[in-house]
Design a protein around this ligand. Structure first.
Ligand code: G3I
Length: 360
């Protein structure tokens, strides 16, 4: 097959994309009164939030109506708290989010104490004698600061390898005696700092990639065997809307076998497909997949005993608040959470409500 020259390929691709957009007028995913999810769900409904959004009246109004839980999106992570090279911490932004939660009767979920992706420069400066002590101090002081106010913590984030084969190596595993060692240590320090918080192991692609899901569940089992005070399973659920039906349900049923609380901690379902070829899927198809997979997830979640329903948190309240709508990923069109750019219900919202009503 002769390969079209690049400029022709580009014209072809943009033509396809334009044609796809032009014929995309779709009925609104939701018509009629909009229920408050926090009132109709038997479990907490949450969203992540950066402190800047607390200055957006429309975000605050929608959050107050729809949510009973919030998660700081990034300002309670090491990248924000431990910016200095002197080992001192800053809490202005997370304190503001915690105060907003208190003042509005919202549960507060902490994210994230230890993450392979956040190896603060300060830790790079430490000799072996001080490293472990400073690791422990960070966890104890950050978790301790919100003791009694945090319903739960993502203690360790994304410990499983990207492809699901084994666990990640990282600064923490290299400097603290191995992968299991740094993880158990983090949970022990967090438990000492806040004995009443539910302590989660949080990860992603667990339903998108069954191999990764299996490795994650094996790690849960291993940590419990080692006596780590692991109290909950954090399932991020950044859904790939093209995965086969049933994968989400199967994973949640497998995860439920530990009898621990499960937090769907970062739900979103991007309509975008990265890659070189143009995405010619129709908007109707993408919305149908978002609707179906959200309904599958919520239906499976509703089957859990109440004690295991920690909550479902979306990784943004409105489409335009999403990490995937920020540069460099932003295409300005992705719709991936419960409310669109104007705060109106999306296909995910419709699937969520159907899942609550058992209309699977
Ligand atoms: O707001 C500041 C801006 O003032 C500053 O000019 C700019 C450049 O420094 O940074 C902006 O803050 C950024 C923030 O997102 C808000 O956009 C931070 O640098 C950036 O690191 C932060 O990225 C967050 C990322 O985790 C890393 O912490 C994303 O918001 C957040 O959505 C993303 O969330 C992760 C979860 O923690 C774990 N699971 C995957 C998920 C998506 O990657």
């Amino acid at each position: 097959m002769t390969r079209a020259d690049p400029s022709r390929r580009l014209v072809l691709a943009s033509g396809l994309a334009l044609a796809a957009c032009r014929s995309e007028a779709q009925p609104a995913p939701w018509t009629g009164p909009v229920p408050a999810l926090k009132d109709i769900a038997p479990f907490p409904v949450g969203a992540c939030v950066p402190s800047a959004y607390l200055d957006d009246p429309s975000w605050v109004e929608l959050a107050r109506r729809q949510l009973d839980q919030i998660t700081p999106e990034w300002e309670l992570k090491m990248e924000y708290v431990l910016q200095s090279n002197r080992g001192d911490y800053r809490f202005d932004a997370p304190d503001r989010i915690a105060d907003f939660a208190r003042d509005n009767g919202l549960r507060l979920h902490g994210h994230a104490l230890i993450w392979y992706a956040q190896e603060a420069p300060y830790f790079m400066t430490l000799d072996p004698k001080r490293f472990a002590g400073e690791y422990d101090r960070y966890i104890r002081e950050v978790a301790g600061r919100y003791a009694g106010r945090m319903v739960g913590w993502d203690v360790v984030n994304e410990a499983v390898a990207e492809d699901g084969n084994g666990l990640r190596d990282c600064l923490w595993s290299e400097r603290l005696g191995g992968q299991e060692a740094y993880i158990v240590r983090a949970f022990e320090q967090a438990k000492a700092a806040d004995p009443n918080a539910v302590l989660f192991l949080n990860d992603y692609n667990l339903e998108n990639n069954p191999t990764k899901g299996t490795t994650y569940l094996r790690l849960v089992e291993r940590l419990l065997t080692l006596g780590a005070p692991l109290g909950g399973l954090g399932v991020q659920s950044h859904l790939d809307i093209e995965i086969p039906d049933g994968q989400i349900r199967n994973f949640i049923r497998e995860a439920a076998r530990f009898g621990l609380p499960i937090h769907i901690s970062e739900l979103d379902a991007s309509q975008r497909r990265d890659g070189r070829l143009p995405d010619t899927r129709s908007l109707k198809h993408k919305r149908a997949r978002q609707h179906a997979l959200t309904r599958e997830l919520v239906t499976a979640y509703m089957e859990l005993p109440a004690a295991q329903q920690y909550g479902i948190t979306t990784w943004a309240l409105r489409d335009r608040d999403s990490w995937l709508r920020r540069p460099p990923r932003d295409d300005g069109r992705d719709s991936l959470v419960l409310f669109d750019d104007w705060g109106q219900p999306t296909a995910m919202f419709a699937g969520f409500v159907e899942g609550l009503n058992g209309a699977a």
